[in-house]
Design a protein around this ligand. Structure first.
Ligand code: PLP
Length: 352
């Protein structure tokens, strides 16, 4: 009991020392002059650099309180990288060894960060091989497979406890459209969109949840067809889009889905980085594509309101990939036309 109480106490003390993340109001005259305001919650400022800091904290507390972790446990996780960085941080905090199972193409910066926090990386060739490899490793080490793709949606307190949705609504209180018309979120585990969707319904807000899905992911197909057995190649946008329907993705919470091509995600990542004066990660680009589409539709219909989304991580994690023009040209393609189209959508004089 002593070890368990101490481990939970360490995580709670770490939380007590933490501050909330900012909600950034984007200055976009082309939309604000039409009564449409865009906001981004900056999740890149967590100590481990992404929104997965929240998830990792919740998953550790859930596993500890369930009696799944002990003084001699090895913690194992399947991840596209961000969750593993945050879990390595919490594993070190409570003194447990950590192994991340990730696809080989995971960015070098993320691998370096996991190792910085004392974690080990086990790389597999294909994105869809992480699940079995993690389960096997956990069995071999007598450890515990955290399984974020199953437990993300249930490890978070969706009613309150300062979850991400409650924080966003509180931070909007003094804006001209305090209840957002739309919240835009991509799905990796699906956990964040589940928390937001449940919170919105529980509070009886008239806010739509729009999930943006990158090329190669199966979530949009599943949303359209209801077929949970659908599989795909998986996404090139790190952190979002999956090769299989993850148990944490709750389809009935989603009001609308938008499919986003990789050239659009990367162009929007570049545009958003320019607008904010600092580099944002590629999934933030995918979010911005959805926000722009919804904002253009509202402007064309003469609707007013606010649109919220997240900056999930910073671009500094992707200097050797999405921020390297040679890499982008080879792996993603020519983003020039998409960038020009989005810039014209932002222009104040733009008429539909
Ligand atoms: C995990 C992740 C997301 C998606 O969040 P989920 O709650 O897992 O659906 C988006 N962007 C980045 C960078 C992520 O790591």
């Amino acid at each position: 009991m002593n070890w368990l109480h101490n481990a939970i106490g360490q995580i709670e003390a770490d939380y007590q020392r933490s501050s909330d993340t900012h909600l950034i109001a984007l200055a976009l005259p082309g939309f604000s002059s039409h009564g449409i305001d865009l906001y981004l919650k900056d999740e890149s400022t967590h100590p481990t650099g992404s929104l997965k800091h929240r998830l990792a904290r919740s998953l550790f507390l859930y596993a500890l309180c369930n009696g799944w972790l002990h003084a001699d446990s090895t913690v194992v996780e399947s991840s596209s990288g961000s969750t593993a960085v945050s879990e390595a941080y919490f594993a070190r905090l409570i003194g447990l060894p950590f192994i991340a199972v990730m696809p080989r193409h995971t960015s070098a910066e993320k691998i370096a960060q996991i190792e910085f926090y004392g974690g080990q990386c086990h790389l597999v060739e294909r994105a869809d091989a992480v699940y079995d490899a993690a389960r096997t490793l956990a069995a071999q080490t007598g450890g515990h497979y955290m399984d974020q793709f199953t437990y993300a949606e249930r490890a978070t307190d969706w009613r309150s406890s300062n979850n991400i949705a409650q924080s966003m609504f509180t931070q909007m209180a003094r804006e001209r459209h305090p209840v957002p018309r739309w919240i835009v979120m991509a799905a990796g585990t699906g956990g964040t969109s589940a928390t937001i969707g449940r919170y919105v319904r529980y509070q009886r807000h008239h806010t739509g949840l729009c999930v943006v899905d990158p090329q190669g992911s199966v979530f949009a197909d599943y949303f359209d067809s209801g077929n949970a057995a659908v599989t795909g190649p998986g996404s090139r946008i790190e952190g979002i889009g999956r090769p299989r329907v993850e148990p944490s993705f709750i389809r009935t919470l989603v009001d609308r889905m938008i499919r986003v091509a990789d050239v659009d995600s990367v162009a929007a990542m570049q545009l958003l980085s320019e607008l904010l004066g600092r580099k944002v990660g590629p999934s933030s680009g995918t979010h911005f594509v959805g926000m722009l589409q919804l904002a253009c539709e509202m402007r064309a219909r003469g609707q007013q309101g606010s649109i919220l989304s997240l900056l999930c991580d910073a671009g500094t994690r992707y200097l050797g990939s999405y921020f390297d023009p040679v890499w982008v040209h080879r792996e993603i393609g020519d983003c020039g036309p998409a960038l020009a189209r989005m810039k014209s959508q932002l222009a104040p004089a733009f008429q539909e």
